[in-house]
Design a protein around this ligand. Structure first.
Ligand SMILES: *Cc1c(COP(=O)(O)O)cnc(C)c1O
Length: 365
């Protein structure tokens, strides 16, 4: 059996190789490389895909997040509610602007526990950042109600949830702003760094477009101190190719997840649950195991790569030591950090490889 690595990105490239190569050459020969017609076309197509009115491409998912809070005017002295088991970039999107993250524990689906949000709202709370973690849509209706009731902004971190729906509606379209990453390993991945925001608010979309380009609407007339977070033509063009295959890409991930869910029967291994009414695009297939480290080591000996998403919850990260949290403050997130393990799930993983992973897991004791 060949090695099954945790993520092989070249497999998806080869699935659509000809289209990628043609598009890359087209852009290279065009003589226009940053913010041009490919970016514009991608923005139109991605807005339509997510069911939002507007899209603005930026340079990464982290940029999408912090620029979102920046244009909403959320910063110093403000609090933003976010789940305690997220990837640290979600939290950095808040703190780069000087705002304070207020953590809420996750539910059994690894998403924010909506029943625990209201108790964390103070007069400093300005927004809720919902992260659709591992590809599964969060429970949005109760969050929307709370945001309306307390007049809070709702921002979605959709870096892992391209195409995932809650109640039939796509993630990114629920809040004031949906933030996407197109980092290569994401479900819609570029061949380098890229990101975008989607919104129904024309002013927000315009503000982001101004901010990403040094704060200028018209060349050399700078309205605000912005940043350089432009999306380039090559990435946008290649993303358009992938976006046109998104249905197959998502269907393939769902089939892999289904195979794992059906095949893994070892009682030591807890399988991921999907909430009723929600769906998952399976950015990750995350199992839990009391003996996670031993399981990872066991799989490694059998040439099966796994990743831990994430071993240290943000509140215990060295980067956030100044926030003053301690071990025990968010026990659910901490338990997840000790127990979660992401199995290999990527487009192009063969059935034989999947079944090899399943067999190894079922033989673990
Ligand atoms: C990947 C990711 C980000 C950051 O995206 P980059 O493009 O790497 O900056 C933010 N939030 C979550 C949940 C992510 O998985």
């Amino acid at each position: 059996m060949p090695e099954v690595v945790s993520n092989r990105l070249d497999r998806e490239f080869y699935q659509y190789q000809k289209e990628f190569e043609e598009k890359a050459l087209e852009v290279l020969r065009s003589g226009w490389y940053v913010l041009g017609k490919e970016v514009q076309a991608f923005e139109t197509e991605f807005a339509s895909y997510t069911g939002s009115r507007y899209c603005a491409g930026v340079a990464s998912g982290l940029d999408a997040l912090w620029i979102a809070f920046r244009v909403l005017g959320i910063g110093e002295g403000d609090e933003v509610i976010v789940q305690s088991n997220t990837y640290i970039a979600s939290v950095m999107g808040i703190t780069i602007n000087g705002a304070t993250p207020v953590f809420v524990e996750p539910d059994e689906y690894f998403n924010i526990d909506v029943s625990k949000i209201e108790e964390k709202i103070t007069d400093r709370t300005k927004a809720v950042l919902v992260v659709h973690l591992y590809g599964q849509a969060s429970n949005m209706e109760p969050v929307r109600k709370l945001c309306r009731k307390y007049r809070l902004r709702l921002v979605e971190d959709c870096a892992q949830s391209h195409g995932a729906k809650d109640g039939g509606k796509m993630t990114g379209a629920f809040g004031d702003i949906g933030c996407f990453s197109f980092y290569p390993s994401k479900n819609l991945g570029a061949f380098g760094d890229a990101g975008a925001i989607v919104t129904d608010d024309e002013k927000i979309a315009e503000d982001v477009k101004v901010f990403r380009n040094y704060g200028s609407e018209k060349r050399y007339y700078n309205k605000v101190v912005g940043t350089n977070s432009r999306l380039d033509e090559l990435q946008a063009g290649l993303l358009r190719v992938k976006l046109s295959h998104m249905e197959e890409i998502t269907a393939e991930k769902r089939a892999i997840a289904e195979n794992y869910t059906k095949g893994i029967t070892n009682p030591c291994i807890l399988l991921p649950k999907v909430r009723e009414g929600a769906d998952s695009v399976w950015h990750q297939y995350v199992v839990r195991c009391k003996e996670r480290d031993r399981l990872a080591e066991y799989l490694k000996e059998r040439q099966i790569g796994t990743i831990i998403h994430y071993p240290i919850p943000p509140h215990l990260s060295e980067a956030y030591r100044h926030l003053g949290f301690q071990k025990g403050d968010f026990p659910i997130a901490e338990a997840y950090a000790d127990e979660v393990l992401s199995l290999p799930i990527y487009n192009g993983i063969t059935k034989e490889e999947q079944d090899y992973v399943i067999k190894a897991l079922n033989e673990f004791s």
